[in-house]
Design a protein around this ligand. Structure first.
Ligand SMILES: NC(=O)c1ccc[n+]([C@@H]2O[C@H](COP(=O)([O-])OP(=O)(O)OC[C@H]3O[C@@H](n4cnc5c(N)ncnc54)[C@H](O)[C@@H]3O)[C@@H](O)[C@H]2O)c1
Length: 390
């Protein structure tokens, strides 16, 4: 019998459970061999669900030091990504890391350098890249259906429960998550970057915390009805979460941004953590037509400039599926990568570019100035030149 590919997991929280549950080859061709989390019951839960014989580890070093791992999945809070990813790569282990890549420019470049120096496989969990909905939009754009993109709007407005989740856990603090734009919206920035096909040249952004503030604290109980507790979702049920209005969160709950791309395309992005109407929408206008798509509703509309018909496609998305159906495809393609049957869909460079775009927006938000992205790309290019010189 062929040897199973062995996978270790760091961070046994909400996210990896979704991916592992969708991996058809887990248990047959791929084995979850070892787990590490700072919360012991979470490790036991994963072992019980995915492999009772999995090694329960006492530290990250213990996880990667057992000598049996081919791959490791990093699903720890964002501030730990750099240490965990680099240590695993340096130990000769291939890495799947959850997004975002890391929480600072230097950390992102550390990961980029380590991936390039160790020549290990690296994939990052930008799940929208795998979604049939977004792949359909990408195909239309790349196939020239709307001509060259001129401008676009995108948004991610989150259900209020999701906002409560963000403002009451580790994501609430910039030192853990790297900020809301990076943590939550770098998915969308990654997709916009991909569709536009180049990097941001200039960004400007405004944002703040206007809802999850102390004087709205009564809403935590006031909006709970019929046995349903507002702002407390099913995520992390064992955690007795803080009231998100009183948590002292340091991340914004709403932000808008403008981007001008190197090829002249102009884009707007809007996020809000307490939407009455939750959307993840894109409206892309090109020289030949326009696409309007909502990943939550599962619709893609397209119309050419002129007197032709509007085409409405509702088949691209399973609206019940998380992340516009991306997770199932990601789990399957990640399995294929682990089994050596395909190359990763999303690279470390994609992770750097979306993170840097978010950093640029937050820099503009904090300084009140239009952000020139050139210094970010110069750092990336300097790192690339340094690697080539060696
Ligand atoms: N791709 C996606 O769509 C997507 C969706 C959700 C989360 N994520 C990413 O996945 C990662 C995890 O998010 P989550 O929602 O599972 O968070 P979570 O809070 O549900 O789980 C995090 C886990 O990490 C553990 N942990 C904390 N510090 C640790 C450490 N130093 N070492 C080991 N374990 C530690 C916690 O005990 C917890 O079990 C984050 O990077 C997040 O951005 C990605």
């Amino acid at each position: 019998m062929a040897k199973r590919v062995t996978l270790g997991l760091a961070g046994c929280g909400t996210r990896p459970e979704m991916i592992l549950a969708d991996m058809q080859t887990l248990g047959s061709q791929i084995e979850l061999s070892a787990v590490f989390d700072t919360h012991a019951p979470s490790m036991e839960h994963y072992a019980e669900k995915f492999n009772p014989d999995a090694r329960i580890c006492t530290s990250f070093e213990d996880l990667i030091g057992g000598g049996e791992l081919d791959w490791v999945m990093i699903a720890t809070p964002n501030s730990f990504h750099v240490a965990h990813v680099c240590a695993a790569l340096n130990a000769g282990i291939h890495v799947f890391s959850e997004k975002p890549l890391a929480i600072s420019v230097d950390e992102c470049l550390d990961i980029l350098r380590t991936v390039r120096e160790t020549s290990r496989e690296f994939c990052i969990g930008y799940t929208l890249r795998y979604s049939p909905h977004y792949r359909k939009i990408g195909k239309l754009v790349a196939g020239g259906a709307i001509g060259d993109i001129i401008s676009l709007e995108a948004n991610e407005t989150l259900d209020f429960n999701h906002g409560g989740h963000i403002h009451s856990g580790w994501r609430a603090f910039e030192e853990n998550s790297g900020g809301h734009m990076l943590e939550k919206c770098s998915h969308d920035l990654d997709m916009i970057n991909q569709f536009v096909g180049c990097r941001a040249a200039r960004v400007v952004s405004f944002g703040g915390k206007n809802f999850f503030v102390q004087h709205n604290g009564h809403l935590f109980d006031d909006l709970s009805t019929g046995g349903r507790k507002a702002f407390r979702t099913f995520w992390r049920p064992h955690e007795n979460r803080a009231n998100p209005f009183l948590s002292g969160s340091t991340v914004v709950d709403n932000q808008v941004a403008l981007i001008e791309y190197e090829n002249g395309v102009r884009a707007t992005f809007h996020t809000n953590c307490v939407a009455g109407l939750h959307e993840r929408r894109m409206y892309i206008l090109g020289t030949k037509g326009a696409i309007r798509a909502d990943a939550v509703a599962g619709t893609i509309e397209m119309k050419k400039i002129g007197f032709g018909e509007r085409i409405v496609d509702e088949s691209a998305n399973d609206v019940e599926a998380v992340h516009a159906g991306g997770d199932r495809v990601l789990a399957e393609e990640f399995s294929q990568v682990m089994l050596g049957r395909m190359k990763p869909t999303t690279t470390v460079e994609d992770g750097v570019v979306s993170a840097f775009t978010a950093f640029g927006m937050d820099e503009s938000r904090k300084t009140g100035k239009i952000g020139d992205m050139a210094p970010y790309w110069e750092k990336l290019e300097r790192e690339t030149r340094r690697v080539r010189a060696h």
